[in-house]
Design a protein around this ligand. Structure first.
Ligand code: B4P
Length: 197
């Protein structure tokens, strides 16, 4: 199995690149952001709870997102690999993911982190906010709050995987296709997964 984490700050292009990576490499895409927005649009109790956190630029509690990922892993016993997009975002989530994968006799193969400057991130998110209807993208103070949460709670996850020698940074500015080529090369270097197209 090839299990990839696409890592990076809000707006770094994780969602954009994930769509292309799963297409090329035949992985199952697990985006906690998308799963949470789906719960919100269906007005489930989980979605209503999550919305309170997301609208303020805060992280949704660990037990909620870990539970979501656990049930998604269970739904795909035949998967040849997973792409985790926007997860893990805390050390507790990373430790839980390592344990869930160990129970399935597998592990994270690689963590690729998109590097983008804060000015570019703010520009992208405000631009997306004009059309996406996402309340967490329209207010610059909420966007800045998301960056401070990222620095405090999510960046330490990089060290967790650096210690396992699985972490690699990829420049995340430039055209979507150029960035995709760099990500694809890094994936192919691992030699465990073949491009399907
Ligand atoms: P996410 O849905 O994960 O979204 P994101 O971090 O905002 O964006 P992403 O990096 O995927 O950017 P995208 O490709 O869309 O999280 C949203 C919220 O959900 C979090 O703040 C949190 O509250 C909650 N949440 C999610 N996971 C959680 C977890 N594990 N634990 C707790 N809470 C969790 O790109 C952004 C924009 O840039 C797009 O408009 C795109 O078109 C543009 N873009 C992309 N690449 C570009 C490029 N190369 N050049 C120019 N523009 C580009």
């Amino acid at each position: 199995m090839f299990n990839l984490i696409l890592f990076g700050p809000p707006g770094s292009g994780k969602g954009t690149q994930s769509e292309k990576i799963v297409d090329r490499f035949g992985l199952i895409h697990l985006s906690t952001g998308n799963l949470l927005r789906q719960e919100i649009s269906e007005k489930t109790p989980l979605g209503l709870e999550a919305k309170n956190f997301m609208d303020k630029g805060q992280l949704v509690p660990d037990e909620v997102v870990i539970g979501m990922i656990d049930s998604c892993l269970e739904k795909h016993p035949e998967a040849q690999g997973f792409l985790f997009d926007g997860f893990p975002r805390t050390i507790a989530q990373a430790e839980a993911l390592d344990k869930l994968l160990a129970l399935k006799k597998t592990a994270i193969s690689k963590v690729l982190a998109l590097d983008v400057s804060e000015d570019e991130l703010v520009r992208r998110l405000l631009e997306r906010g004009k059309t996406s209807g996402r309340s967490d993208d329209t207010d610059e103070s909420i966007i800045r709050k998301r960056f401070s949460v990222y620095k405090g709670e999510t960046e330490p996850v990089a060290t967790h995987y650096e210690k396992q020698d699985k972490f690699e940074r990829i420049p995340g500015e430039g055209s979507v296709n150029d960035i995709f080529q760099k990500l694809s090369s890094a994936i192919e270097k691992k030699n465990e997964v073949a491009a399907q197209s």
